[in-house]
Design a protein around this ligand. Structure first.
Ligand SMILES: *Cc1c(COP(=O)(O)O)cnc(C)c1O
Length: 414
């Protein structure tokens, strides 16, 4: 039996300790979904909760539900379910807003804690919204209070100079899948007196993260990617307990007040991470995320990691073995220890190839200018799916199916 044969894949599925989890999802029939890194599949638990929260909690129980169904606690209860996945002890993680807004809050807080410095250091290849948020804050505060500096993605260490206030990095690179050593970088930055904000968008729920053990300062992450919380699901943020007394954020809305229902005119931040809340929580989407997180309750992140790497390994090996796919150039690190849960391939016609894949039932995504990206979400993918997806890709290349003009049309979302 060769490493890539169908029998091997069937056997890998049979031995997969997470195999039963596919039943916890509504995976569309006749499709292979390699885009869990962009929008996770629908968990059955989330679908049930959506119905319950709309029909019963909103429809029947109405305003009583804030207490009756603990709507008011959702930012914390969902936050603690995520905390387990990112190595955070209780009382440091909440669900709210988007990553962008949470970065604004944390950046502002970190700069206020460090007001003798003004440089925010980030990586050249960071997800643009992270950089845009720094640029917006710089416009508001002035360049003498906040200014963005970019370091080469593969050389953060030499950019950690004494004028840097905050280091803002994405743990896993959204394009290449390259993974930073959180422990080492956090240590190096802190040795220079730099506060670190980690963006866990492509890590939470799939890559082991130990925020407390790494002595991370702050973190943000995404609810709709590997956590499967649904389109536009609320994000999360983490504030290390040791910073909670002095970290103050500027979006001081009533939900972050210590006694919102006293309706006092003077803002007084709630103690702890609760002070990072702003407005009324989006109860419907937060409920759906909360239910989606229950899928993780009996899962160990190490298992998720092992399976996602194994799935990616099968994909990578099969692509490498197929002469038809020789033009696809792997951009992701080959070394598993340096990579998240996705693979990126360069090809001058990556956009059309991706569209052809989607038309043939393999959902991947394209990232400008020339990247075909495939994500290996371990909760709902099977090894046999991976074998089939490379077969489809090979057929598209062999028969040049991607040349169909229909696959050149670009829509608003790519
Ligand atoms: C997906 C993603 C985001 C998304 O930010 P939102 O404000 O939640 O839309 C931010 N950062 C990274 C690294 C991402 O991958």
């Amino acid at each position: 039996m060769t490493a890539g044969s169908e029998d091997t894949l069937v056997q890998m599925d049979r031995q997969d300790p997470l195999a039963a989890k596919t039943a916890a999802f509504d995976v569309p029939a006749e499709q292979i979904y390699l885009d869990g890194n962009s929008l996770g599949c629908l968990p059955v638990s989330a679908k049930q909760r959506a119905r319950e929260v709309v029909e019963q909690q909103w429809g029947q129980d109405l305003i009583k539900s804030w207490n009756l169904h603990q709507w008011i606690d959702l930012p914390f209860s969902a936050g603690e379910k995520i905390a387990r996945l990112i190595g955070a002890a209780p009382g440091q993680t909440i669900c709210c807003d988007s990553i962008s807004v949470n970065i604004f809050k944390l950046l502002s807080a970190a700069l206020m804690m460090h007001n003798e410095r003004h440089v925010v250091l980030s990586q050249q290849g960071n997800f643009p919204t992270d950089l845009y948020m720094v640029q917006g804050l710089a416009r508001q505060l002035g360049e003498d209070r906040c200014s963005l500096r970019l370091a080469a993605d593969d050389d953060i260490a030499s950019a950690l100079t004494d004028d840097v206030a905050v280091l803002l990095l994405s743990h896993v690179n959204f394009r290449s899948g390259a993974l930073y050593d959180m422990q080492a970088i956090t240590e190096q930055a802190q040795a220079r007196g730099i506060l670190v904000i980690w963006d866990l968008a492509h890590s939470a729920g799939v890559v082991p993260v130990q925020l407390d053990a790494c002595r991370a300062d702050f973190a943000v992450g995404c609810g709709y990617k590997y956590l499967n919380g649904g389109p536009g699901a609320p994000a999360f943020l983490y504030v290390a307990r040791r910073h909670q007394a002095q970290a103050a954020q500027p979006l001081s809305g009533w939900m972050g007040h210590m006694a919102p229902f006293d309706f006092d005119n003077a803002y007084q931040a709630a103690p702890g991470v609760a002070g990072f809340l702003t407005g009324t929580p989006p109860v419907i989407s937060l409920s759906i995320l909360d239910a989606a997180l229950d899928v993780f309750a009996d899962v160990d992140v190490a298992q998720l990691r092992q399976k996602s790497l194994a799935l990616a390994g099968v994909f990578m090996q099969r692509v490498a073995q197929s002469p038809l796919l020789a033009e696809l150039q792997l951009l992701s690190p080959v070394d598993e220890a340096q990579r998240g849960a996705q693979l990126a391939y360069r090809h001058p016609h990556a956009f059309a190839i991706c569209q052809a894949l989607i038309a043939h039932g393999v959902i991947a995504d394209f990232r400008a200018p020339d990247i075909l990206r495939v994500g290996f979400s371990p909760l709902f993918l099977r090894f046999a799916d991976i074998g089939r997806s490379v077969d489809v890709l090979s057929r598209i290349m062999r028969d040049e199916l991607w040349r169909d003009p229909a696959y050149a049309v670009r829509h608003k979302v790519t």
